[in-house]
Design a protein around this ligand. Structure first.
Ligand SMILES: [Mn+2]
Length: 349
């Protein structure tokens, strides 16, 4: 089967794998914590490592640092074994191995209540964030961090290290790692989708990753209440100049039998509206609106617009809060329209 694999392991990975292996090999019990506000890469890369290390006979425990993880990762093999951290000292272990966490704050109270244990090591950190602060620690001054900011997902790094270690990758591990990659690349759509990660995906499919379960859970299945909220939100959409906007109120959620988290994703659907400079989705709160802003227009920077209102985010996806009622909402929308048009004019489009 190895001859069917597309990836060649480069010198950086061979060196990193050789550096980390003695630490992992010497550990019998290993704790794998994933970060707060976890996403599919945090859960998928960690559960992938869980399967790889369990197959080596290690005693492995996965911790959700804030006690929670996304429902869309419930289908991943091993998710039923995730321990919800609820405070206090971690159990004794030979090694803490953290994945996808760029700094100690990402591990929340699990870190702060066990900071001495992390600092004493051995603590390995594997991550793809360019901002990683390298807080892994190993005896003898060995660098216990492996950071590759060219990777689209931490799950991609786990796969490449596993190959460098010549570990067998079963279908369960492959499904978890594929979920991490799909999560961080939005299904191979982001600009981080480089040729290497596509080859890794091909290798994971060859190893038996369950693409159908992944795609159904991530992109197709949603509660009926969510469908109804989406319907009401889309029905309500309107223009303010060249901005398309809609809103979700507590009354709309109640009518659909949904919670606020049940509306997730509808803004991404609105974002594709042809001719819109930007789209705004407003969630009605107590005396305020929580605004999400998106754009597909090259010249428009919604983070800069959100910053005008005390918010922030990324160029193409941002958010802010607007105090007040419908008058303040409408004034905000007119200002978003004006600012987006000014950005387009300034860019000469
Ligand atoms: Mn990630």
């Amino acid at each position: 089967m190895v001859s069917e694999l597309l990836i060649a392991i480069d010198d950086n990975y061979r060196a990193g794998a050789a550096r980390l292996w003695p630490i992992i090999d010497g550990a019998r019990s290993i704790i794998l914590p994933f970060h707060v506000n976890s996403d599919p890469d945090a859960v998928g890369s960690t559960l992938g490592a869980y399967h790889l290390l369990t197959a080596l006979g290690k005693e492995v425990t996965v911790y959700a640092s804030d006690g929670d993880f996304p429902r869309i990762t419930d289908f991943l093999p091993g998710s039923e074994r995730i321990v919800r951290y609820g405070g206090g000292a971690l159990p004794e272990c030979d090694l803490i191995l953290g994945l996808d966490s760029s700094d100690t704050a990402r591990l929340g109270p699990l870190y702060s209540e066990n900071a001495d244990r992390f600092a004493a090591g051995p603590t390995i950190m594997i991550d793809h964030h360019v901002t990683n602060v390298h807080f892994g620690v190993a005896p003898g001054g060995i660098d216990a961090n492996f950071i590759d900011s060219s990777a689209a997902a931490t799950a991609e790094i786990v796969y490449l290290l596993a190959r460098a270690w010549a570990l067998p990758i079963d279908a369960a591990a492959a499904t978890c790692l594929l979920a991490g990659i799909y999560g961080d690349t939005l299904g191979l759509q982001t600009t981080s989708t480089a040729p290497r990660v596509v080859r890794v995906v091909a290798d994971l499919l060859a190893a038996g990753a369950d693409l159908t379960a992944l795609v159904n859970n991530f992109y197709r299945s949603r509660p009926f209440a969510t469908i109804k909220v989406w319907g009401a939100t889309l029905d309500r959409a309107e223009w303010c100049g060249k901005v398309v906007w809609s809103q979700i109120t507590p009354e709309m959620l109640a009518a659909a039998g949904a919670s606020e988290s049940g509306s997730g994703g509808v803004i991404n659907f609105l974002t594709g509206t042809v001719g819109a400079h930007a789209v705004v989705l407003l969630n009605r709160g107590e005396g305020e609106w929580r605004a999400g802003l998106r754009t597909l227009v090259e010249a428009v920077d919604v983070a800069a617009i959100a910053e005008q209102f005390g918010g922030g985010g990324h160029r193409k996806a941002a958010g802010c809060r607007i105090a007040g009622g419908e008058n303040e909402r409408d004034a905000f929308l007119r200002e978003v329209d004006r600012l987006a048009a000014a950005q387009i004019t300034a860019a000469g489009d």
